[in-house]
Design a protein around this ligand. Structure first.
Ligand SMILES: *Cc1c(COP(=O)(O)O)cnc(C)c1O
Length: 370
């Protein structure tokens, strides 16, 4: 591993390959693998991750917005890309860049058909999303006749897949709800196929769905967080490898005497003589203020150093009273070992791995390790 000389996010593409192959081993040979690379590939590096997955012959990619798909196309990614949450204002660009929209309501369906036909498209690939309980995006089962009527009146678009999204696939306590969701989806699928007269691919599983509901893999699975190294059980935590390591260095060491304070608003008051290290990473880099005041911690020479006082925009101060270290030494904020994991770091501030890894700002240099 590279020794940090400034704050960096190191992305390990070998770990990505390991995660991809492990998750793929959970699928049968016919199920397609869609890799979700939205939000900078969950805060890592969308282009490098997508290139790597393309080399591994992933079947599909997905992003949330059109602009994210454009970046991938500009970087030479040729795999099909679903845009999960496109806005009508970007439909022309979406078509120009051969991106495939998720269509979730009548307005979007009509607007997309209008632009596709204006651009003289025939059979442009689209994906129809159904709501089965998340109540976020998607048509209802009762919309099927109406959707199919519209589709039968145009040759501009072609439905490649119909899909839905699980609400709580990671939560064993919600197993009954998830099974009901899958059942609802199966009923929608059956009804849709009968009405439209052909069978698009069907998919519903995200990462936790892949692990917990093998009976619902259907034609394709949509995997995000698992590729980046996080699952939903101890077994998976031990097998999957977090691909990102957030490293920084000690800029300066301070001796803080009893009664002195550290940081803005004097949020920390020392009740003894302590030693602190100032690190070049702050809330503008994605370490939110909720990690301050003893909640979050970093790892210095394998020891935990809690954050002291409030998180500043560009810096944090950590308590190193009991750690042998010097200015310039490397600091791990989170990484791929069980002792410095984004899951634990996130938990320290009552949040989840998804949030902390996607929060790491673009200001931090990405370093790719192949
Ligand atoms: C983000 C997203 C996924 C990926 O979910 P993970 O839990 O990260 O695997 C799958 N499907 C949809 C619709 C999403 O928005």
């Amino acid at each position: 591993m590279l020794k940090a000389q400034e704050t960096i996010l190191e992305i390990n593409l070998k770990s990505l390959k390991h995660n991809f192959e492990y998750i793929k081993s959970k699928l049968d040979g016919t199920t397609k693998f869609l890799a979700v690379v939205k939000a900078f590939a969950y805060g890592s590096d969308a282009v490098e991750v997508a290139k790597s997955l393309q080399e591994l012959d992933v079947d599909y990619l997905a992003v949330a917005y059109v602009s994210e798909g454009v970046v991938l196309r500009d970087a030479g990614i040729t795999k099909p890309i679903i845009v999960l949450h496109p806005q009508a204002v970007n439909f022309a660009t979406l078509i120009d860049r051969c991106l495939e929209p998720s269509i979730y309501n009548a307005k979007v369906l009509n607007e997309f058909i209008k632009i596709a036909s204006l651009k003289q498209q025939t059979n442009y690939p689209i994906h129809i999303k159904f709501n089965t309980g998340l109540n976020r995006l998607g048509f209802w089962e009762s919309d099927i006749n109406f959707i199919v009527d519209i589709l039968k009146n145009t040759n501009s678009v072609n439905v490649i897949s119909i899909f839905s999204h699980l609400v709580a696939s990671e939560d064993i306590n919600e197993r009954e709800f998830t099974l009901a969701q899958i059942k609802t989806f199966e009923s929608i699928v059956k009804n849709f196929i009968t009405t439209i007269g052909y069978k698009p691919w069907i998919h519903i599983c995200n990462t936790s769905g892949i692990f917990n509901y093998p009976e619902a893999h259907f034609d394709m699975v949509r995997c995000g967080i698992g590729l980046y190294g996080f699952g939903n059980s101890e077994k998976e935590h031990k097998t999957l490898l977090p691909i990102a390591t957030l490293k920084t260095i000690i800029s300066q060491i301070h001796i803080v005497e009893k009664g002195e304070t550290v940081g803005y608003n004097r949020a920390f008051k020392s009740d003894g003589d302590i030693k602190t290290a100032t690190l070049p990473i702050g809330h503008a880099d994605g370490i939110g203020r909720q990690y301050g005041n003893g909640k979050g911690f970093v790892i210095i020479h394998s020891k935990r150093a809690p954050i002291v006082g409030n998180v500043c925009m560009d810096m944090i101060m950590v308590d190193i009273t009991n750690i042998e270290c010097k200015e310039g030494d490397e600091v791990i904020v989170f990484g791929d070992s069980l002792s410095s994991n984004a899951r634990d770091f996130a938990k320290s501030a009552q949040t989840i791995s998804y949030e902390i890894i996607t929060a790491i700002s673009q200001r931090i240099k990405r370093v790719i390790s192949k």
